[in-house]
Design a protein around this ligand. Structure first.
Ligand code: AQP
Length: 334
């Protein structure tokens, strides 16, 4: 069994301004992992076009996601940050994986079912084969670890299945089976309007999510209006199981303070929601405020951001190029 060099890969879609779920579920961990791993972070614009995008907005969202990575603390000089569509190897490997992956596997993907809904016959083929492209993103770098939010767990399992099937079909030990890194108190941050739905860029309600670009006033107002109930906050974690909105607020605060849910809950047990909401708003202002300011500064110099993407793409191609050449040899293209 080959021992693979440890390498982190993850991506974020430029489908809109990033929110607290993207930050706490993924990007905060991207920053932590730099201490231990070689990291490759990608703005996955090819994934974004699986649903309709306005080209001008897609271009500006790409720079905003890049700025958000850097503002959150990803070191673009030490790590690789780049745009998916500028490295052709992603599409090249995705085609090979379209032929390795099985339709039955894709049919089981819950994200596809959720996003396609009743419109299944009319959504793009890209939306269905999205997980094959995701496997290609990761495996084009032989990445071993993938930090993601909980919603991407099933796609990661599919990436492992594809890697395994490729290795078996061609009797090689070429691809690692990438491991999901899903950790922290905010692996699934929920909507502020409905504690059973994930916080998402595409939710119709602006009040459902805290954006990394929100002003202090926006943050306070969204948290004040966050759905809650008229009971007092329960004393223990088990009583939170059916109180989705309360659990979400406690989870977010715990993640921001890097402390356990039990410890956070102990501070609010038996109290009204107003105290929790005030403290959460203050904490979020401390967390989001500096990121917002840095995003704004970075977006003032778009030439510099474009240069960072260019350098990142060149570095990424240097790694992916020889790997795809090898894949082509294995499948019999050359
Ligand atoms: N609510 C969330 N809680 C925790 N993690 C989350 N992530 C997304 N939402 C949450 C994680 O953020 C990373 C980037 O996600 P993405 O933008 O590539 O795609 P997504 O998961 O589809 O995110 P959205 O916000 O719901 O986008 P749209 O609305 O465009 O589909 C991933 O690691 C994801 O797990």
């Amino acid at each position: 069994m080959t021992s693979f060099q440890k390498r982190v890969f993850s991506g974020v879609q430029p489908t809109g301004t990033l929110h607290l779920g993207n930050y706490l579920g993924a990007i905060k961990n991207f920053v932590e992992l730099q201490k231990e791993f070689e990291c490759i972070y990608c703005v996955v614009d090819q994934h974004a076009i699986t649903v309709e995008q306005n080209p001008k907005e897609l271009r500006s969202n790409t720079l905003e996601v890049l700025a958000s990575f850097i503002a959150a603390g990803v070191d673009y000089k030490k790590q690789i940050i780049f745009q998916q569509s500028s490295v052709a190897e992603h599409s090249q490997l995705a085609w090979v994986f379209n032929c390795v992956s099985r339709i039955g596997w894709l049919n089981r993907m819950t994200q596809f079912k959720d996003k396609a809904g009743k419109n299944r016959e009319n959504v793009s083929v890209g939306l269905m084969v999205y997980p094959n492209l995701m496997a290609a993103d990761i495996l084009a770098y032989l990445a071993t670890h993938v930090p993601v939010g909980d919603d991407q767990k099933q796609h990661l399992e599919l990436s492992r299945d594809i890697a395994q099937k490729f290795n078996n079909d061609f009797k090689v030990d070429f691809f690692p089976l990438p491991e999901p890194l899903i950790y922290g108190n905010a692996t699934r941050v929920m909507s502020l309007r409905d504690g059973t739905k994930k916080m998402s860029k595409s939710d119709a309600s602006e009040l459902s999510r805290i954006l990394l670009t929100d002003s202090d006033d926006d943050i306070s107002s969204k948290i004040r209006k966050a759905k809650s109930d008229s009971d007092l906050i329960p004393e223990d974690k088990d009583q939170l199981q059916n109180k989705h909105e309360c659990l979400n607020l406690i989870n977010i605060l715990s993640a921001c303070l890097d402390q356990s849910i039990e410890k956070t809950l102990a501070g609010y047990a038996g109290k009204e929601y107003s105290k929790l909401k005030n403290d959460l708003a203050d904490t979020l202002i401390q967390v989001v405020g500096p990121v917002r300011k840095e995003i704004r500064n970075l977006l003032d110099n778009k030439d510099e951001l474009n240069k960072i993407l260019q350098v990142g793409s060149e570095k990424a191609s240097t790694i992916a190029g020889p790997i795809i050449k090898e894949v082509y040899k294995i499948v019999g293209f050359r």
